[in-house]
Design a protein around this ligand. Structure first.
Ligand code: AMP
Length: 377
């Protein structure tokens, strides 16, 4: 199937071509026609599935028919859990709206930074991407109006709720017009999400993309059997010997991330830690340096790394295995994106062996286990 089979306009197809998307991903094949028809959509999918473009493309198309906005009233509201996702969604909007005949104005707003500069640039916004708390602040200050939106998108709804934003979401919903299109994405369908789905969506098209369906074949996976003590030296050996310049390393705790970061730096390998205890400023800075190629290693925990989208990231290392197979797939999905080849390397101790087996079984893929004992580190 091609993008041209989905009911998209020539202008949008041109933008897709410019972005080098050759074929639609499964979620896009289903979501795009439905969203164009203004249907409600429930997408059970996570990052890596192509969910962002699946709603941004039809929304941009629909906006082409609308008069240019000069008011504070937005047409499309995208609610996201984190600043990182807000920035990513805003990037996708920018990429696809660059060459469209009707100018589409989008803005991303989130907490943790001063509100005034955000307030100043909101007039005439068509698509507002926002975290819940900051959105309510802006609405209460009359910087923006959400009472006339046509489409609501709730992206990563499970995470929005898990971060404790339920009250804010309820408050936001109470301020929206009754008649509107609702689109909800969630990686999981826990009870709280189901309640929200039932409240929000009317006769939605349900699309489910299982994580294993998006394990890209482009990822080459390797595992090293290694003792706990030799993990650090092995990682340094891999990075230096392989001449790796951009490596995302996962640890299972904030403390482990901090320790590993310190050790790498002590050994002359530039690294920064990225986790929930870091300030917003520090997270932005390390991500910026990492994406820009000036930081060699980013050491992250699962919580913070969800949703990080780095184009063409070549190496992901599981310094420690995640607890769930789902998280494993999610972690390695940070590489091998957008048609680029990627490498996922896992360091496995004797104690991990059973858990590693479970992960591979769930993933339906067996990964070669290399004994690192004879490696000179
Ligand atoms: P998402 O799940 O929205 O975070 O998207 C995952 C990644 O896939 C992003 O890096 C997108 O740029 C990329 N992507 C999305 N759709 C396509 C497509 N049809 N072809 C190629 N790359 C895509």
């Amino acid at each position: 199937m091609n993008f041209s089979d989905l009911g998209l306009s020539p202008e949008i197809l041109q933008a897709i071509q410019k972005a080098n998307y050759e074929h639609p991903y499964p979620i896009q094949m289903e979501a795009i026609p439905a969203i164009l028809q203004k249907r409600d959509v429930l997408g059970l999918a996570q990052t890596g599935s192509g969910k962002t473009a699946s709603y941004i493309l039809p929304i941009l198309q629909w906006l082409q028919k609308k008069e240019v906005n000069t008011s504070r009233s937005v047409s499309v509201l995208v609610i996201v859990p984190t600043r990182e996702l807000a920035a990513q969604v805003a990037d996708v909007i920018k990429i696809f709206s660059q060459h469209l005949p009707r100018r589409v104005k989008s803005a991303a707003v989130f907490g943790g930074v001063s509100i005034n500069p955000q307030m100043m640039k909101l007039n005439g916004t068509d698509i507002l991407v926002a975290t819940p708390g900051r959105l309510l602040d802006l609405v209460s200050k009359n910087a923006i109006s959400i009472s006339e939106i046509s489409t609501l998108v709730l992206d990563e709804a499970d995470k929005v709720l898990n971060l404790g934003f339920k009250e804010e979401v309820d408050e936001i919903l109470s301020r929206l017009p009754k008649k509107r299109q609702n689109i909800l994405f969630s990686a999981t369908m826990e009870d709280s999400v189901e309640l929200l789905v039932n409240k929000l969506l009317h006769n939605p098209l349900k699309i489910e993309i299982k994580p294993e369906e998006i394990t890209p074949d482009l990822i080459s996976q390797t595992a090293y059997l290694v003792s706990q003590e030799r993990k650090g030296p092995l990682l340094r050996h891999l990075i230096e010997d392989g001449n790796w310049h951009q490596v995302l390393v996962f640890t299972s705790s904030i403390r482990a991330a901090e320790n590993l970061t310190a050790k790498l730096n002590k050994n002359g390998i530039q690294a920064m830690a990225f986790h929930g205890d870091k300030s917003q400023g520090s997270r932005t800075e390390s991500l910026k340096q990492f994406k820009g190629g000036t930081l060699r290693v980013l050491v992250a925990t699962d919580l913070a790394a969800r949703g990080i989208d780095i184009q063409s990231l070549p190496y992901v290392v599981n310094f420690e295995l995640p607890r769930s197979p789902k998280d494993y797939i999610h972690r390695i999905g940070r590489t091998g994106r957008a048609g680029q080849e990627g490498n996922a390397i896992s360091l496995i101790t004797e104690e991990d062996r059973h858990h590693w087996k479970v992960i591979q079984k769930k993933m339906k893929r067996w990964v070669e286990l290399v004994d690192s004992e004879n490696l000179e580190l």
